[in-house]
Design a protein around this ligand. Structure first.
Ligand code: GLN
Length: 287
């Protein structure tokens, strides 16, 4: 039967998605597809606006539904994800930005608000969502961002360019090296890999099968590997009184705090995310 309205297409999508992504996710994802593919909003569904899909549009929709039925996250299928009120391009080289990471950005914006001339570094930038958002939210900071993945950096650069943010992107494996060109910094922020291999069995298939393992996992024997390494770098690069911000595994808060104390940081605080889990740590390099 020919579908002729937004509501009819919505219902058609909903039917297919219910078995693919479950009852709860089906409706929000159906709206997301209508908007992402055809620029139709929720109100167009309610108003039952006319929508005639040309054969290419039908093919495109079919292709998208098949990918979703295989379990691919909708953000990769549409190639975009929201973060802090903006849309970031994403692909399988980068993690899909998470709401917890928006909270990390909010923590920094809340503390630095209108401070001018900040210099900051984002380590493991992925899609560049932290670096680009801070570049746009803070008043004209100098932003540097590092990643080990050249593919991630290409995307991060594209996101910064599209959104009009100034940032310098540097390819570097911080476990082996660090860029010698960096100036003294006010802020270092990182959401490094922090999921332990043994936690993989608790994760959803759409994360495990699709998102880049290099951005997610650390070995069970050394879950603090990246945090230690970044703290060492921070000791050299932070100005006196500069701050370090981490997103952390909820089970590692105490260990991260102890490590930072041992390395000489002060004013160390753990912050909870909106789910009430210890998710962010901040620390200050001694005055
Ligand atoms: N929060 C992410 C997840 O739950 C993990 C992010 C990370 O390892 N840095 O999958």
């Amino acid at each position: 039967m020919e579908k002729t309205s937004v509501k009819a297409v919505y219902q058609q999508i909903l039917n297919r998605l219910q078995s693919a992504v479950g009852a709860e996710e089906a409706s929000p994802q159906a709206y997301w597809l209508l908007e992402g593919l055809f620029g139709k909003k929720r109100m167009d569904v309610i108003m039952d606006a006319p929508l005639q899909l040309v054969p290419e549009a039908k093919e495109q929709l079919e292709d998208v539904l098949r990918r979703l039925e295989k379990g691919e996250p909708i953000q990769y299928v549409l190639g975009e994800a929201p973060f802090y009120g903006r849309s970031f391009k994403v692909n399988r080289a980068v993690l899909i930005p998470r709401p917890e990471t928006e909270e990390l950005v909010q923590l920094i914006c809340g503390q630095y608000g209108s401070k001018q001339d900040l210099k900051l570094l984002d380590i493991g930038t992925g899609s560049g969502c932290i670096a680009t958002t801070l570049a746009l939210e803070l008043p004209g900071p100098k932003v540097y961002a590092i990643d080990v993945s050249a593919d991630a950096l290409l995307l991060a650069e594209e996101n910064a360019r599209r959104l009009g943010a100034e940032a310098e992107f540097i390819e570097c494996n911080i476990l082996e090296d660090y860029p010698t060109t960096l100036p003294s910094l006010d802020i270092i922020v990182s959401n490094p890999p922090y999921v332990m291999r043994k936690e993989a069995s608790l994760m959803k298939a759409n994360v495990l099968d699709w998102e880049p393992a290099v951005a997610l996992f650390v070995e069970d024997e050394d879950p603090l590997l990246f945090y230690r390494c970044i703290a060492c770098l921070a000791r050299k690069q932070l100005k006196k009184g500069g701050r370090l911000y981490f997103e952390i595994n909820e089970s590692c808060g105490k260990e991260v705090v102890e490590m930072l104390e041992k390395q000489g940081f002060s004013d160390i605080a753990i912050h909870q995310d909106l789910q009430g889990k210890p998710r962010m740590v901040e620390a200050r390099w001694r005055e």
